[in-house]
Structures are given as C-alpha cells and as structure tokens.
Design a protein around this ligand. Structure first.
Ligand code: NAD
Length: 368
C-alpha cells in the first residue's frame, strides 16, 4: 500500500479512550499484515480549545487537507457548554467537514448476528443486515436560500428552500455508484419526484450518471416515504441508498437504529478525489463524547474501530483487511464479549474498553 497517511484526532470525553484501541489495531496491521500507515495525531474540539483557544488550529486544518484520511474520536462536553458559539468544540468538526468539502456522508447499518436481539425489529429481519446510506451533506434544504422567519400580513412565515444543482447531485451519485461497486453493486436512489421539482431533477441526474458511467451497477428509484416503509419492512433488499440531505438525515438515523447500540455505529464523510485518486475523507463514530461514562473505561470502542475499517475499505483499498477486522468483531461478539452498552436484561459483568480492544486483537491474531 503506497504512502498511506492518517491524521488521528481523538478529541474529548471517550474519544481518546476509544482511539487508544484503534491505535492498537493500526499497530497490529503494521506488525502482522505489513500495512504501514504514516500516522500523526493532533487536537480537536475542547482539547484544542484548552491548548490553542480554538477548537481547530489552522495547522491541524492544513494537515487534514494533506493526509489520505482523518480519523476522529468525538468532541464536546459539559466543560465547554458555556463557551461562545464560535469556539464551541463542535465548530472544529464543522470546520473540517466544510473546508474539506465532504459532500457524501456514509452511514452503514450493519447488524452483527450476535446483537440482532438488540434491534427493535424481529431478529430474522435484521440478522446479517449490511446496508449503506449515502446522504448528500453540503447542500439541500439545510443550506438553500431564501431561508428565515418573515412577517407576512399579520402572521409570521418560516421558510427553507430545497435547492440542488446538477453538479451537486452528479458528484454524490458518483460516490454512491463507486461504493456500490465495492459492495453488492446495487444503488437505490430516494427522493420525492412525485411532489418536488428538486426530486425530479435528482432522479434525472442519478439516472444519467448511471447510464453514462455506471451501467454495470443495478439502479432503482424509490420515493423517500416508501423507502422509509421498506427500510422497516424488509431492509435487506437494499445495498447502497443515495439520497439528499434532509431525507438522508432521517433515513440514516432510522436505519442505524435497526442495528442496536450507538456504540456500534461508524460513519464516513467523503469529498472529491485528490491527486492520488483517494477521496478526501473523515471517518468518525456516530456517537458523541459520552461525558456520563468518560474516564471510566466503560466506552465501547467498536464504533471507532469500525470507522477505521471503513477507512481501510474506502480510502486505502484494503477491502479484504476491512472484512478481516469486521469478522474479528463478529467473532468476539459471538463469543459473548460485551461492553456495558451491549449488556442485555439478563445482566452479567461488562468488559472494559481496553479488554474489548484486546479481545478484537486476539481475534485478529486467530484470523491469520
Ligand atoms: P453521546 O453520543 O455522547 O451519548 C449518548 C448516550 O450514549 C450516553 O448515555 C453515552 O454514555 C452513550 N454512548 C455513546 N457512545 C458510547 C460508546 N462508545 N460506548 C458506550 N456508550 C456510549 O451524545 P450526547 O450525550 O447527546 O452528547 C455528549 C456530548 O457529545 C455533547 O457535548 C455533544 O455535543 C457531543 N456530541 C459530539 C458528537 C461528535 O463528536 N460527532 C456527536 C454527538 C454529540
């Protein structure tokens, strides 16, 4: 693997705890699979504010623009709640996403068999589930103008505008088709072309990108409301779902919860390809800094470890090694390894963050 650079930003709360376990996995790949990463580490969020008075130093931002992938733990915490909005920890993360122009947000919903009982759906509907929602992240109704609350006659009106250009739809569609080729080779595009002009354009552009450059990928279209129903009825019919910012926000949260705990959910945000062909990329667990359990060794490191697995697959073209890591996690869960967040009503003694990391390393060793 040529020149694989990785910037690690552990952040706040449980961020550094879960990232310690990821560092062990990265070292394992260096020692046992000869996958060498050029790893640097820096501050983000409250930790950066404490040192520099800003949640993301310009030098860190510059580094993030240069590396092949950024891996972030979590930011925030009660200590920073009263800071001015402009220096709140979350601003560091938002700056990374904005300046790296990360327009495709990838949220997998993957259900490990051993945790299928955690889902609110029946076990046979979710066991083995592995879908990927690609949400457009930098445009659409959260950004469109005009927006605001205006006086109109003798009452107020709240306005937001759904706006998509062809190029914005084109690039996120390409991300989805590229991903599909590395997975099950199927994309379902979701919009509301029946009632929204932006949806009509969305459907046309996705179809055009498909027909011109990805005819080998199976493409279907679905109205987003019907898609929500299908996600609950029979989620395993999907491989990659591509959708806009608003629908993606809702559908990805719903799909993620099909699979159980927040401590298990990774994510990635991808931008345009760099000169070396790799996309700009930020990988992070979906969870926050969990101040209620920070510093107690209780955090589940799997969401962050799975985020690194996504980096292996989508930034470093190491799909087989990503699958090895996911299989190691499947094995330890099947063997009954559980951090506190994964304990069922039957109880038992939860394992620590470190013990979970060690168990995954042992399973990786056993995979050789
Ligand atoms: P949270 O995700 O931090 O925690 C929600 C609940 O889930 C808590 O009970 C927590 O203990 C539990 N949890 C989360 N991750 C876990 C893990 N890996 N293992 C075990 N349990 C886990 O959300 P919150 O409490 O709403 O927010 C706490 C702080 O995190 C806030 O400052 C918030 O702004 C910030 N936050 C940051 C991000 C991010 O960095 N991307 C995302 C969400 C929230």
């Amino acid at each position: 693997m040529s020149n694989a650079s990785l910037l690690i930003l552990p952040g706040d709360g449980i961020g550094p705890e879960v990232m310690t376990e990821v560092r062990k996995i990265i070292d394992w790949y260096g020692a046992k699979r000869d996958l060498q990463f050029d790893v640097s580490e820096d501050l983000v969020g409250g930790a950066a504010y404490d040192k520099h008075g800003t949640p993301l130093h310009d030098d860190t931002m510059a580094k993030a623009q240069e590396v092949d992938a950024v891996l972030l733990g979590a930011v925030g915490g009660p200590k920073y709640d009263n800071l001015d909005f402009s220096v709140k920890p979350e601003r560091g993360l938002l700056r990374l996403r904005k300046e790296m122009d990360l327009f495709a947000n990838l949220r997998p919903a993957q259900c490990f068999d051993a945790l299928a009982d955690f889902s609110s759906l029946k076990k046979d509907i979710v066991a083995g589930l592995d879908i990927m929602i690609v949400r457009e992240l930098t445009s659409g109704i959260y950004f469109g103008e005009p927006r605001g609350i205006f006086e109109e006659g003798n009452e107020r009106v709240g306005i937001n505008t759904q706006r998509y250009t062809e190029s914005e739809i084109d690039r996120v569609a390409r991300s989805a088709f590229e991903l599909a080729r590395r997975r099950g080779n199927k994309v379902c595009s979701m919009e509301k072309a029946n009632v929204m002009e932006s949806g009509i354009l969305w459907r046309e552009v996705v179809q055009k990108v498909h027909d011109e450059d990805y005819p080998d990928v199976e493409l279907s279209h679905m109205y987003a409301d019907a898609g929500a129903m299908q996600l609950c009825r029979y989620p395993k019919q999907f491989d990659v779902i591509v959708t806009d910012n608003l629908f993606g926000d809702i559908l990805s949260d719903a799909a993620a919860m099909l699979t159980g705990s927040l401590g298990m959910l990774p994510s990635a945000s991808l931008g345009a390809p760099m000169a070396n062909g790799r996309p700009k990329a930020l990988y992070e667990p979906v969870h926050g800094s969990a101040p209620d359990i920070a510093g107690q060794g209780k955090a589940n490191p799997i969401a962050c470890i799975l985020s690194f697995a996504m980096a292996l697959r989508y930034s470093f073209d190491q799909g087989d090694e990503a699958a090895r890591l996911e299989a190691a996690i499947e094995t330890v869960l099947a063997d009954g390894a559980r951090t506190a967040d994964l304990m069922g009503p039957e109880g038992g003694t939860p394992m620590s963050t470190t013990d979970m990391g060690d168990a995954i390393i042992a399973a990786l060793d056993a995979s050789l």
